[in-house]
Design a protein around this ligand. Structure first.
Ligand SMILES: Cc1cc2nc3c(=O)[nH]c(=O)nc-3n(C[C@H](O)[C@H](O)[C@H](O)COP(=O)(O)OP(=O)(O)OC[C@H]3O[C@@H](n4cnc5c(N)ncnc54)[C@H](O)[C@@H]3O)c2cc1C
Length: 405
């Protein structure tokens, strides 16, 4: 039986591990936290996921929350300053999205992984541990980019656009948000040069709730999270920033309470693409996956979706290799297959961190007038590859918009 060790029990590692166990592989997942520690910890993400990625979970029989998670049915994009909205369009998505608090999802998946025959090893893996795994396994996959093991993977400058975080991010998990009158939505508001407001429903420890992600341009007027010392301060600042910079969302946010004291997160996400192979001191090599290799700002909510899609690509590539060695050529090819898709997510996300391209404004203008075009763009959150080339090119945008008339 082929032996595979995966370091990191997140969306990527667990989904891949469960899939491989089902296919008869001998799989060990290494986690630096128990499920109970995760469940009792701070929120880690806003993890909105869309149909393509959710379908991969359904294929594996691990979409345990389809009946209980509040759906995200559509997308509503606005941009403005003061009370003036320059962009305002909305559309339903073909299929709903959902966000399951990772404090619920990962402990449940860890349990499921063991139930299906996987081995869970509790360890904060370091380079020595990776050496051991490499000696004992046919393949070692690193599905966590944090700490020293992330540094094994060299930055790929040719694929990087930024060399530092582009936003200071704050998450607030809340109850009490006034429901929208039409349908539940991924609400994205842009205040050019200042930041973004992102909100959608989720399922958290205390039941259905909402997540607000405020993205502040570093050094700008929303970048004030250093002032916050308590959960109460955090919520008060979030509400103040919403009222000031996204006043059209103020009314929905007047009666908020935090879901729990650990339902907040503040930080800056580095943005990079790395080379896929890490070489250990012994010369043995390991393969990175998902966030370890392609890390995006969460403004477009793509990382968990990417992790799910990466797990699917890696699983197919492992199965296709049969009994042949997982050599460096295979490792490269496996990542390049993922990059074929991930590059479009990087382009989409990076475009939303810079002043909007004229083509994007053209498309947004068209969306306000044409529901079919708006639906097409809304579904691009599920598959950003579908935005190419028209989202990024004025002539193509004009042609594309015309094709909807
Ligand atoms: C603020 C914020 C909001 C986000 N919002 C969204 C969103 O709305 N939609 C979306 O799709 N994505 C979103 N993301 C991104 C998404 O959360 C990540 O891309 C996704 O969780 C990555 O999954 P992963 O499996 O690659 O890694 P991780 O989730 O990072 O999992 C890695 C696991 O490995 C463990 N680990 C770490 N070091 C070690 C070690 N040395 N040994 C053993 N185990 C270790 C960690 O504890 C963790 O459990 C957001 C991210 C942030 C920060």
């Amino acid at each position: 039986m082929r032996k595979i060790t995966i370091v990191g029990a997140g969306q990527a590692g667990l989904q891949l591990g469960i899939g491989l166990v089902d296919q008869g592989y001998d799989v060990t997942i290494v986690s630096n936290r128990t499920g109970a520690e995760m469940a009792a910890g701070r929120v880690t993400s806003s993890q909105s996921m869309y149909n393509m990625a959710l379908s991969l979970e359904r294929e594996l029989g691990i979409a345990f929350w389809d009946e209980t998670a509040p759906p995200t049915d559509g997308v509503h994009i606005r941009a403005g300053q003061g009370d003036m909205l320059m962009v305002d369009w909305r559309a339903k998505m073909t299929a709903p999205g959902q966000s399951i608090d990772q404090r619920i999802k990962m402990p449940r998946w860890m349990e499921e992984f063991e139930k299906r025959g996987g081995k869970l090893l509790l360890l904060d893996a370091d380079i020595d541990a990776l050496e051991q795994f490499a000696a004992d396994s046919d393949l070692v996959i690193v599905a966590t980019g944090k700490g020293e093991i992330g540094k094994l993977f060299e930055r790929d400058d040719s694929r990087c656009v930024f060399d530092q975080p582009q936003r200071c991010i704050s998450l607030s998990y809340v109850h009490g948000m006034k429901p929208r009158e039409d349908y539940s939505a991924l609400n994205i508001s842009l205040n050019p040069g200042i930041g973004e407001y992102v909100n959608f429903p989720c399922l958290t420890l205390s039941g259905p709730a909402d997540i607000i992600n405020l993205e502040a341009v570093p050094g700008g007027p929303m970048d004030r999270w250093h002032e916050v010392n308590t959960p109460e301060d955090h919520l008060a600042l979030a509400q103040e920033l919403i009222a000031t910079y996204f006043p059209w969302e103020k009314e929905r946010c007047e009666n908020l309470t935090l879901t729990d004291d650990l339902g907040t997160l503040v930080g800056r996400v580095p943005i990079f693409v790395r080379k896929p192979i890490g070489t250990l001191p012994s010369g043995a090599t390991v393969l990175g996956m998902a966030d370890v290799l392609v890390l995006n700002d969460p403004v477009t909510g793509q990382g968990s979706n990417n992790a799910a899609k990466c797990a699917k690509v890696y699983m197919d590539s492992i199965l296709a290799q049969g009994e042949a060695a997982f050599d460096d050529a295979w490792k490269h090819q496996t990542f390049e297959t993922y990059w074929d898709y991930a590059q479009w997510v990087v382009k989409f996300t990076n475009s939303h961190l810079m002043p909007p391209l004229p083509s994007m404004l053209q498309v947004f203008g068209g969306c306000a007038e044409n529901p079919a075009l708006a639906a097409r763009v809304a579904n691009a959150f599920d598959d950003p590859k579908g935005l190419v080339p028209w989202y990024y090119d004025e002539a193509e945008a004009a042609r594309f918009i015309q094709s909807f008339n």
